[in-house]
Design a protein around this ligand. Structure first.
Ligand code: FAD
Length: 504
């Protein structure tokens, strides 16, 4: 009852404000819906601080399990619950789907685009957690010919590609094409590269091998290309050696000390770091997981606050995670750089909580952020992972169980955890991939006059039209400096399907 009275009063105040043309204000604005943003939101919600969370995606994405969506173990819904639903039980939380494009630190206002409108929202504290995206080190055209693994759309696209390659390899009469269809090149032996490399090989050995009777595991080539001289370089030592050995034992080709100098639709050119010798690998699937750079909002914050950024665009924040000379703006997670902390979810979560604690008055302003390292882990394949907790290093089955347990614990929602356990049992103990069938699409008919491409195009167009909602109207450009960004947003919105996440 009290809540309803308060809500009515708030609605009346909002209406009066709109009549006067005043900018709407809230206590805290959080930008993003990833690990940093969610951790900040929960902390503020528990302290009953009013806040508005603005994110350009509807979901809270659990990125560490994206590779399992790409390889059919989990469905998108299990790792990407709607952020609105996650925060629904907190009365002081307001979630908005929109893209924050600008900030006016003196007026304490953010500018965001939502539903074709450009809106302003005032804050007392701003917490930015806009994360990072793939970096191509000046070769942005690589994005057109490679697969990535950063979003749900990326994972679904890759899953569809993997399925298509195995299906077409089964029917093609051209031996070279079959080899290329069954060759998967992963660029980068970081966590994503290692997980994907291990899983694709496992798919061949355990899932497709049971139903494609002409497929031998050795027909499938998986190459992981890494510029450094070790796999999973941040671990180093025996753990990196264990990763490379485990993958090699499973038939994955781990190519260390090698750079990629060019990529096209049919393969990649590799260069040996020591000898400079170049060679070409042909493949239908090249996956890029070689680096990240901060998302665009980091650049906007840098420009508006005078905060410096590193080469990857990450903000060089102050010790308390504030940005530039502003005590009221925080940047947390993958978009910032501080004391060489890794770009990992615990850093984002702890950073989000730290900023929220200061914003809610539970911690003194200016308190330095102290990261508590609870250990690092990475999964290689079924039954094998590595873990480092302080000086303790674990490998193999024990580390693998620990990896599953920790990731299960951090998944959002009891139902998602339950379904994930069922899927893991089916995939890791059995040979199932419960979510591969979502990738299937009807194959286009080939016309007698060789019009397969035209037919394929028209089928694809039809499918897209049937599934796509009307694109969000193009927003007005904010400032000349951000015209390019608005254009990117316009293009992304036109291409984007609002993700419908099945959790079945
Ligand atoms: C494939 C993969 C595997 C990984 N594996 C691990 C692992 O095993 N262990 C680990 O610890 N870490 C892992 N990570 C890293 C971890 O996921 C990140 O460190 C973590 O997600 C960072 O959290 P964040 O809140 O900074 O950003 P994110 O989680 O990336 O969230 C950014 C959010 O900001 C939103 N956003 C961006 N720009 C705007 C804007 N202008 N306006 C509004 N919203 C915006 C996005 O929609 C998104 O919701 C992995 C990452 C990937 C991609």
């Amino acid at each position: 009852m009290t809540t309803q009275v308060a809500q009515n009063a708030q609605n009346a105040a909002d209406a009066a404000r709109k009549d006067r043309g005043d900018v709407e204000r809230t206590e805290v604005v959080i930008v993003g819906s990833g690990f940093g943003a969610l951790a900040a939101a929960k902390k503020l919600a528990k302290a009953k601080v009013p806040f508005v969370l603005i994110s350009e995606t509807t979901e809270h994405l659990f990125q560490p399990l994206l590779y399992q969506v790409a390889t059919g173990v989990l469905s998108p819904g299990e790792i990407a619950p709607p952020i609105r639903a996650v925060l629904a039980k907190y009365p002081t939380a307001d979630v908005r789907l929109g893209r924050v494009v600008d900030v006016d630190p003196d007026r304490r206002e953010v500018v965001y685009e939502a539903g074709g409108e450009r809106l302003r929202l005032g804050y007392t504290t701003l917490i930015a957690a806009t994360g990072a995206r793939q970096a191509y080190f000046g070769n942005d055209h690589f994005a057109d010919v490679t697969f990535a693994l950063k979003t749900i759309d990326d994972a679904e696209r890759l899953r569809h590609q993997i399925l298509r390659c195995f299906e077409e390899a089964h029917t093609t009469t051209d031996p070279q094409r079959r080899r290329d269809l069954l060759t998967f090149v992963v660029i980068g032996a970081g966590a994503t590269g290692v997980e994907l490399g291990g899983q694709i090989k496992e798919l061949a050995q355990r899932y497709f091998a049971t139903s494609l009777h002409d497929l031998k595991p050795e027909d499938v080539t998986v190459k992981i290309i890494e510029g450094a001289d070790k796999a999973l370089p941040p671990f180093g030592g025996k753990l990196s050696e264990y990763v490379a050995d485990s993958l090699e034992k499973d038939g994955v080709d781990v190519v260390l000390g090698t750079f990629v100098t060019d990529i096209d639709a049919h393969g990649a050119t590799l260069k040996d770091a020591k000898t400079g010798e170049e060679r070409r690998v042909t493949a239908e699937t090249i996956i890029w997981s070689a680096g990240v750079q901060a998302n665009d909002f980091a650049r906007v914050l840098a420009e508006r606050t005078g905060c410096e950024a590193d080469r990857a665009g990450r903000l060089l924040v102050n010790d308390d995670l504030t940005v530039g000379g502003r005590a009221d703006i925080f940047a947390v997670g993958d978009m910032m750089s501080l004391h060489s902390l890794p770009g990992q979810s615990p850093v984002a979560m702890q950073g989000g909580r730290h900023a929220a604690a200061i914003a809610s008055g539970k911690r003194d302003a200016g308190t330095p952020f102290q990261y508590r390292d609870k250990g690092s882990m990475a999964i290689i394949n079924r039954f094998r992972a590595i873990t480092r907790i302080g000086k303790i290093e674990l490998t193999g089955f024990v580390a693998w169980v620990l990896w599953l347990a920790v990731h299960l614990m951090y998944m959002v929602g009891f139902r998602n955890r339950y379904v994930a356990v069922m899927s893991w049992v089916g995939s890791f103990l059995g040979r199932h991939r419960p979510h591969f069938h979502y990738a299937q699409q009807r194959m286009p008919a080939t016309t007698a006059d060789g019009g397969a491409d035209a037919a394929a195009e028209s089928v694809a167009d039809g499918a897209e039209t049937a599934q796509s909602p009307a694109p969000v109207a193009a927003p007005a450009t904010i400032t000349a400096g951000h015209a390019e960004e608005s254009e990117t947003w316009r293009r992304e919105q036109a291409e984007r399907r609002i993700p419908v996440h099945s959790s079945s």
